[in-house]
Write a protein that binds this ligand. Structure first.
Ligand code: SF4
Length: 408
């Protein structure tokens, strides 16, 4: 039987490696790393987080997409939505003739154009169970790039559902990964889920658990974020926590503690283990990037932060949130956002891009840089070049930072 499902690429790593390096590597970033992640040029100091940019899951997904194009040069190749949330990477894949299918609440509609023999790449954050079934039914060739860390979350959700626990997912209910994760719970008889976005939503659930909020109010509030037929009294009797892998670690831990305390209040310590399970499913790449930026902020000596990544990239938003608590922070999605005295950026929590003037100090400026897990080095390098260009400098002017500046 002809194989139609691929999860491990096509053994074409050596073929696509030079193309990937040419597209996504950056000499400027390499230079920054060689200089110890801190460099000066003129009166600008740039400091790069020790962990930033492409994670292992994204690296793998992008590589498989390139391998897929090589393997099936004559077939129609589709991507279920953006492979990752980065406009540069998605644009390059489209230039290779890969069609990105627009998002839709109706999977039948979304895949209506797919025929037998077409090749469909599933993104790093996975697809819902229903979508996978539709694609399998069509006889298309599936290249599954779902990240191992996402599969690990699914494993936990399956375990919860098998044991009669409702999966409570800290994530954005509309995000592809969270939708895919939530759908796993429904593959078990009686499986249920509830998505919680933040502390505020968690407080409402805690209020219900403690008897302060009624079931009807809770049902209404979470109608968009809970499984069909969700009944708070029955389905919050036993819960298991999971996360969208790219959420803010500190918030996930806070949510876990809030819920644990509410269940302890309601059922007592002796019943807690039968009522409340929690596994931290934030992925290590997300954690490493958040830890690195926190370290950089702790070290101090910076005037502002530039956070680079797609505006709909959850882990980039989390990095921007961390930075914005300490420093003026500009979340930009590409180098062209920097327009001299003005910058186009998306402030934390804002629905769209804004313009800021006078964002860069006139004299000496100490700029911290980080990038989300879906941001390739070439984009980071372009941003660095653009920043240097504002002062008539270029990458060749970068040199090791003087000790009194580094670590101030
Ligand atoms: S952010 Fe984490 S879960 Fe998502 S693709 Fe990267 S490694 Fe995988």
């Amino acid at each position: 039987m002809t194989q139609t499902y691929f999860q491990k690429g096509f053994n074409l790593k050596a073929t696509v490696a030079p193309i990937l390096a040419q597209s996504y590597a950056s000499r400027v970033v390499d230079r920054m790393k060689a200089l110890g992640y801190v460099a000066q040029a003129g009166d600008i100091t740039l400091k790069l987080a020790r962990e930033f940019g492409f994670c292992y899951g994204v690296d793998r997904a992008v590589e498989y997409a390139y391998e897929t194009r090589e393997k099936f040069p004559d077939r129609r190749v589709f991507l279920c939505g953006e492979i990752i949330h980065n406009p540069d990477v998605n644009g390059r894949l489209q230039e290779m003739g890969i069609t990105i299918l627009p998002d839709s609440k109706d999977p039948l509609l979304r895949y209506s154009d797919i025929d037998q023999g077409d090749v469909v790449i599933l993104p790093a954050f996975g697809v819902t169970v229903a979508e996978l079934q539709i694609l399998r039914g069509k006889g298309s060739v599936l290249v599954d790039t779902t990240c191992g860390s996402v599969l690990n979350v699914w494993k936990n959700v399956h375990k919860y559902a098998r044991e009669g626990f409702t999966a409570v997912i800290h994530g954005k209910h509309y995000h592809e990964e969270t939708r895919a994760t939530a759908s796993q719970a429904l593959t078990h008889p009686g499986g249920q889920y509830l998505c919680l976005r933040d502390r505020d939503e968690t407080a409402a659930v805690c209020g219900f658990v403690r008897g302060e909020i009624g079931a009807e109010a809770l049902r209404e509030r979470f109608a968009h974020a809970a499984s069909p037929g969700f009944e708070p009294e029955a389905h919050l009797a036993r819960i298991g926590l999971a996360n969208q892998t790219t959420m803010l670690m500190s918030e996930s831990l806070a949510i876990q503690e809030m819920l644990r305390a509410a269940y302890r209040d309601r059922y007592g310590e002796q019943e807690l283990a039968q009522r409340f399970h929690a596994f931290d499913t934030i992925c290590s790449a997300t954690q490493d990037r958040q830890d690195a930026v926190l370290t950089m902020l702790e070290e101090g000596g910076l005037d502002l932060m530039v956070v680079i990544g797609g505006y709909n990239s959850s882990n980039t938003q989390a990095l921007a949130r961390i930075c914005a608590e300490r420093l003026p922070t500009y979340h930009i999605n590409e180098a062209s956002c920097i327009e001299g005295a003005e910058v186009r950026h998306r402030p934390v929590g804002a629905p769209d891009e804004r313009r800021a003037e006078g964002w860069l100090p006139e004299g000496p400026a100490r700029i911290g840089l980080t990038a989300g897990a879906s941001t390739p080095n070439n984009v980071v390098g372009e941003v660095i070049k653009r920043l240097l260009g504002l002062r008539g400098l270029d990458a060749a002017d970068l040199h090791a930072a003087e000790p009194e500046v580094d670590g101030r």
